[in-house]
Ligand binder design. Structure first.
Ligand code: COA
Length: 160
């Protein structure tokens, strides 16, 4: 298994990218400025796009595993690799997703915690209603994971 960065012709993986973000014009907002990775094991099994949001913040904008190979650990492996790669570049990884029982448990199992939500994101930014698991997505849930331990506070020893 290996994870490699893709710097050219990123749209060759559009089919996978559309699994995570079903409107191509939304993918176009981050694809070129984002860093793209594919996980290969007898062919491409998963894709991920990470953007630099400044001030040490990075964001997973897209993550998808080939539907024939989901629940085999590829998604988690990709996330773990992103954590170890970006901990040298920044302090926090964010990811935004719909309020869905298919994705939030996955990200939580990878160590993310829910931070906040962006109200009506899917209603205001997508041309068509998006349904997941039979439920229309409205708000974007933002999860975060600290890539580094918080700075140590000075320890004051009071000797009596
Ligand atoms: C979300 C997604 C990337 C997960 O990838 P994956 O390769 O299937 O995930 P993994 O096999 O690494 O799963 C790791 C753990 O996450 C949790 N998990 C994964 N999918 C889950 C699901 N559908 N429901 C509940 N928990 C889930 C489980 O704890 C799982 O461990 P387990 O299989 O030992 O129980 C994949 O389902 C996918 O591509 N979905 C479509 C695109 C998408 O929605 N992307 C996210 C957009 S924000």
């Amino acid at each position: 298994m290996k994870i490699k960065q893709i710097t050219q012709n990123k749209k060759q993986f559009l089919e996978l990218l559309l699994l995570a973000d079903e409107q191509e014009s939304m993918i176009d907002r981050y694809l070129e400025r984002g860093e793209m990775y594919v996980l290969e094991e007898d062919g491409v099994k998963a894709v991920c796009v990470v953007t630099d949001e400044g001030d040490g913040l990075f964001e997973i904008k897209n993550l998808a595993t080939d539907p024939l190979h989901q629940r085999k650990g590829y998604g988690r492996k990709m996330i773990q690799e992103m954590f170890s790669h970006y901990q040298h570049k920044g302090h926090t990884m964010l990811v935004g997703t719909g309020d869905s029982p298919l994705t939030i448990p996955f990200y939580e199992s990878c160590g993310f915690v829910i931070s906040h939500q962006i109200e009506n994101f899917f209603l205001e930014n997508y041309d068509q209603p998006i349904f997941e698991n039979g439920k229309q997505l409205m708000h974007m849930v933002i999860l975060k994971k600290y890539l580094k331990y918080p700075p140590l506070f000075p320890i004051i020893c009071i000797m009596v």
